[in-house]
Design a protein around this ligand. Structure first.
Ligand code: TNX
Length: 759
């Protein structure tokens, strides 16, 4: 065995290289995700063969065991040896950063230096990504030698919290899948798995003291079919459920430890607790029996803040903390409607007796009780951002989900924060606006948007920013029945979350995103070998209307480099796309991507309506909500309709509670006969078509139309108006407050408007 030199002596052998990979080399550096902070390519490669000597510092044994097991997939076994005789050495360098490592591969061997066990493990994960992808397959490969490219990588994470969440309440996933999920996140250098274990629709963790939680609360009678917005609601009539025994949990926790992942269990309170209340009615305030929920949404049946409930929760948490070594326990805190607390005599007495302001004060008291208990056991709590309402518990960490504002408020109050905003981290939202995209809850979160996320809001100063521990992708499974669907929603967005939390948020989004995609595309080979059902929208096409004076052009783009786009217009001859296409009439365009002469992905198809406002301009009295403004106000008159089934794309604009006034300037006097538009009416998502709209031409001609969409998901409106005018104003009064008994009751309704087409 050759003795290898510590990495510092090898530095001279390396030449700085840019991020491009030299494919002329026999042994190339494959795509690395997350991208290391610094990479220098070396000369040649290391040949790893059975019998190679491995030295691992004792406290880095998790890294060493992982590597030893991983190499077995190539039928390579190593010999444990001393530092001097090691061909692969995993050793300490206390000058490095927390969780950081330096990986040196040279012809003489491999050295991983790390300050701590995490860093050593991540050095091994990078090494893994330098090895042949075929090793990932379940059968592995028979290799007499593995060639690993020479390289010097110096790396460390930007954020200490790099997380993924999984809701097993809405749908249950078997133990083996949970392990795979954990293994996948560890490959991407993510270190926290937030396991959402209790819900209205199912309680999933065995608690010995309360057996009905598993015999009763773990099962629901049936499940909603289709989307919550579909009316009437339909159910499958099939009992559904499952749970993890304490033995299962011990096995999963041990597996996570071997993958350097900490599992944070979530036990929801005081809301999302209907399944538990169904088994133990004395925990609720409702004077009637409630079932384990069979559909999605927010339920009024929440825990009653009485001694039975606190006793129950403390018993449950006592068993939970025995099982999970994590410093953190997530106690939920989100979406807890206060209707029952308002009418419950005990709750009202408690508010008075404790001199609390209101029911939010009572929720704050509830969370503080639980925090005091958990702190006394040496644990800290994490709660969703609603725990800010009524005052934060003293040591709580806040998970900001309703945007980043909760995170900002918490950081300014010197509380730790994990960013999981639904604007950038909700992997249950649609990732593409293709009509054939599998059913999702709603929203629109394409890969680039995840990649563009910066967990540190600009408004925070440097000391406040230190409270932002990191970020996490959330995976709510209302619309994910099986493992394939979870993987489809998670991959590739997890790759972006891994990179922004490890490598750091992008400061130059277009260049960095192109570089990222250039790695995601070949990384598919590793995902294929791992048999992961990832979504692939890399061969999609994006079409944008661009206006140049009075000319309307249509621009086509595909996200990765080195592809051609071919298209046809109104069924004419196929052409290769070289420049924006001029549009002067109603157009039906079809296009597809070609890579190396081969047609890739799905066909792109777009109808462009050439109407009288398309060359005009538009202004609004209020800005659309920032989460639903992807196309900007121009989307209202660009000739392109939004999706017929989803409001989250770049064509629909969303307004929350506002009365909207849209003014169109045609640029010159124009004769018009009708105003056509569409409103989304997804009442389950708090979205309501307005009750009427009013059209004014500015010279007294006013036309209005009443709207009653009944159960239609989209209200199609046509307002006849005979006028010759330069300006047109369209007034859209908000629907108003959502009526009692419906999702979001008492809140302002959303208005979603599509194309305004003028005839
Ligand atoms: C809100 S995020 C919830 C979940 C839902 C999710 C769907 C949060 C703390 N609560 O209960 O599953 O929206 O996107």
């Amino acid at each position: 065995m050759r003795r290898i030199l510590p990495y510092i002596f090898l530095l001279g052998l390396f030449v700085q290289c840019d991020s491009k990979i030299d494919i002329a080399e026999a042994v190339t550096i494959g795509p690395l995700i997350p991208k290391p902070q610094e990479l220098q390519k070396g000369e040649g490669h290391y040949t790893l063969e059975t019998g190679a000597g491995l030295f691992v510092e004792t406290e880095f044994d998790v890294a060493g065991t992982f590597l030893t097991n991983y190499l077995k997939k190539a039928s390579i076994s190593m010999k444990t040896t001393s530092w001097e005789n090691g061909d692969i050495v995993i050793t300490r360098d206390s000058t490095l950063e927390d969780e950081g490592y330096v990986l040196t591969v040279s012809e003489g061997g491999i050295v991983i230096n790390a300050k701590d066990a995490s860093g050593a493990f991540y050095g091994v994960q990078t090494l893994r990504q330098l090895m042949p992808v075929d090793m990932e397959s379940s059968e592995g490969i028979q290799a007499s030698s593995i060639y690993i490219p020479s390289v010097l990588i110096k790396d460390h994470p930007t954020f200490s919290y790099r997380g993924m969440h999984l809701d097993v309440g809405r749908h249950f996933f078997p133990k083996e899948f949970i392990k795979e999920y954990i293994a996948n996140l560890s490959m991407l250098k993510m270190n926290y798995f937030h396991w959402h274990l209790t819900e209205d629709q199912g309680w999933r963790i065995e608690i010995k003291k309360y057996p009905r939680l598993t015999s009763h609360s773990a099962y629901r009678d049936e499940t909603l079919i289709g989307h919550y917005s579909d009316t009437p609601h339909k159910f499958d009539g099939t009992k559904y459920g499952g749970f993890y025994s304490q033995e299962d949990i011990k096995e999963i926790v041990a597996f996570a430890t071997q993958h350097n992942v900490t599992i944070i269990p979530e036990i929801e309170m005081p809301g999302h607790a209907q399944a538990a209340i169904s088994a133990y009615p004395e925990l609720g305030c409702a004077p009637y029996q409630v079932p384990v929920a069979t559909k999605w949404g927010v339920f009024e049946n929440i825990y009653c803040p009485n001694q039975k409930t606190f006793g129950f929760l403390k018993d449950v948490l006592t068993e939970v903390i025995e099982l999970f070594p994590s410093e953190y326990i997530h106690i939920g805190g989100d979406e807890a409607p206060k209707a029952q607390w308002k009418t419950c005599g005990h709750c009202q007495n408690l508010i008075q007796r404790l001199d609390l302001k209101d029911e939010h004060g009572l929720q704050s008291y509830f969370i503080k009780e639980i925090e005091t208990f958990l702190n006394s056991k040496g644990k800290n709590i994490i709660g969703w951002d609603e725990i800010l309402e009524g005052g934060l518990a003293p040591n709580a960490t806040v998970m900001s989900w309703r945007g980043v504002q909760g995170g900002i408020d918490a950081a300014q109050q010197k509380h730790n924060v994990i960013m999981t905003p639904n604007s950038h981290a909700y992997f249950d939202y649609y990732q593409a606006d293709n009509v054939d995209e599998p059913l999702a809850i709603g929203g629109f979160l394409p890969l680039k948007k995840v990649y563009s996320f910066n967990p540190i809001p600009k408004i925070l100063n440097a000391s406040e920013a230190t409270y932002i521990l990191g970020a996490q992708g959330n995976v709510w499974t209302e619309y994910m029945k099986d493992e394939d669907k979870v993987e489809y929603m998670v991959f590739p967005r997890i790759l972006a979350m891994s990179e922004i939390t490890w490598t750091g948020p992008s400061e130059n989004i277009d260049a960095d995103y192109a570089d990222f995609l250039a790695r995601v595309e070949p990384f598919h080979q590793r995902l294929d070998a791992l048999d992961i059902n990832y979504a692939n929208h890399l061969y999609g096409i994006d079409g944008t209307i661009v206006k140049d004076n009075n000319t309307v052009l249509y621009e086509l783009n595909t996200p990765t480099a080195g592809k051609e786009i071919w298209y046809t217009i109104n069924n004419s001859e196929e052409k290769k796309y070289t420049q924006p296409i001029s549009i002067s009439e109603g157009t039906q365009l079809k296009a597809y991507v070609v890579k190396d002469g081969e047609k890739m992905g799905r066909e792109f198809s777009q109808t462009i309506t050439y109407h009288k406002a398309i060359t005009g301009s538009v202004s609004l009295n209020v800005e659309p909500h920032s989460a639903y403004n992807a196309g900007g106000k121009e989307a209202l008159i660009n000739g392109i309709n939004g999706s017929d089934s989803r409001y989250g794309d770049s064509e629909w604009l969303g307004f929350w509670g506002d009365d909207v006034e849209i003014t169109i300037d045609f640029g010159k006097e124009t004769k018009i006969s009708a105003v056509k538009t569409r409103f989304y009416n997804g009442n389950g998502q708090w979205i309501y078509a307005p009750k009427k709209i009013i059209v004014e031409d500015g010279s007294g001609i006013v036309s209005s139309i009443d709207i009653d969409p009944s159960n239609a998901l989209i209200a199609e409106i046509s307002v006849p108006i005979e006028a010759t005018t330069r300006y047109l104003k369209i007034r859209v009064p908000n629907y108003g407050t959502i009526p009692k008994g419906l999702q979001g009751a008492g809140n302002k309704a959303w208005t979603f408007i599509d194309e305004i087409s003028i005839e």
